[in-house]
Design a protein around this ligand. Structure first.
Ligand code: T46
Length: 285
């Protein structure tokens, strides 16, 4: 993904000279509320911050300077030296400006009035903010233990005791109870309910509508003090609509076929299918 987004500005140059016209929400993707320009620069670099919400376009009207953009995962640099092009600064991007020529005039158009609260001037704070979890406005998340870069989508409910690691994708229409731990890089597809006692290690994939259970002999209004522990070990995958009975261990890298009904532990690397699930083979190492 390129961090460098250059916008060609409408240019009405003719034999009399150049003329660039910029219109809010037309030639640039926001309404301009503020502009500022940087000029008579010394050799000192500038920037070294990110913005939380602000959108900006930087245009080098004269001379040149070098922007370095960083989204917390990759860095890219560009020399601005063309008054007919604007560099779009959008999203949570750490920016630095280097190598100003003596004659540099840098015009910046901004989508909001100046607000120091919108600046992140500390690099570690920027990384934390850039990698914060994404929780969709329509999700109901009570847990404070949601890892960096995890996404939780619409109509998902996560109760307060649940712990979810980094870089997980919790798809729409899921329910995650309290005594649940979910490792890093876990995918939970839609229609999955993760009840008390279910623990998913790193890199687990849970397909759509997989059914976990935590009560071997359910009766209405009768509650157990403790639920059996079901553990899905690192790297295991569970196919769509499979049912996992209570207290099962699904081994590392195991593969549970779609629709299987798992009634006993699955060894590491085993492929299980059917009802009741049986070992059909082993995943190649
Ligand atoms: C950005 C890069 C490209 C104001 O009071 N109002 C303003 O509109 C601006 C832009 C700055 N200031 C004050 C805040 C500081 O006390 O001016 C001082 C210098 O600002 P700063 O150190 O943030 O300047 P740069 O060149 O490092 O960064 C500027 C913009 O602030 C920033 O939004 O993205 O240019």
């Amino acid at each position: 993904m390129s961090l460098i987004q250059l916008i060609d500005l409408p240019d009405y140059a003719d034999e009399r000279g150049g003329l660039v016209a910029i219109e809010s929400n037309q030639s640039i993707p926001f309404e301009v509320k503020r502009l500022y320009y940087i000029f008579q620069t010394t050799q000192q670099p500038r920037g070294f911050h990110a913005h939380k919400d602000l959108q900006q376009i930087a245009i080098c009207l004269k001379g040149q300077c070098r922007f370095v953009l960083d989204n917390g995962e990759q860095k890219q640099a560009i020399v601005l030296d063309n008054p007919r092009q604007g560099l779009l600064l959008d999203g949570v991007i750490w920016r630095e400006m280097h190598d100003f020529s003596d004659d540099c005039v840098l015009l910046v158009l901004a989508s909001a009035h100046y607000d120091e609260q919108d600046y992140i001037r500390d690099y570690d704070a920027f990384l934390k903010f850039a990698h914060r979890p994404f929780i969709h406005a329509l999700a109901d998340v009570h847990s404070q233990h949601i890892g960096q870069k995890t996404s939780i989508w619409q109509y998902s409910v996560v109760l307060a005791g649940a712990k979810i690691g980094d870089h997980c994708n919790i798809c729409a229409h899921t329910f995650i109870e309290n005594d649940v731990s979910i490792g890093n890089n876990v995918t939970i597809k839609s229609g999955v309910y993760v009840w008390d006692g279910i623990h998913l290690a790193d890199d687990v994939f849970v397909g759509p509508c997989v059914t976990f259970t935590n009560d071997k002999k359910p009766r209405s209004k009768q509650y157990s003090d403790e639920y059996p522990r079901t553990v899905v070990e690192k790297g295991a995958s569970i196919g769509a609509n499979a049912t996992i009975l209570p207290g099962i261990r699904i081994g590392q890298k195991a593969m549970v076929g779609a629709g299987a009904v798992v009634t006993k532990d699955v060894p590491d690397h085993a492929i299980v299918v059917g009802n009741p699930a049986y070992i059909q083979g082993y995943v190649e190492l």
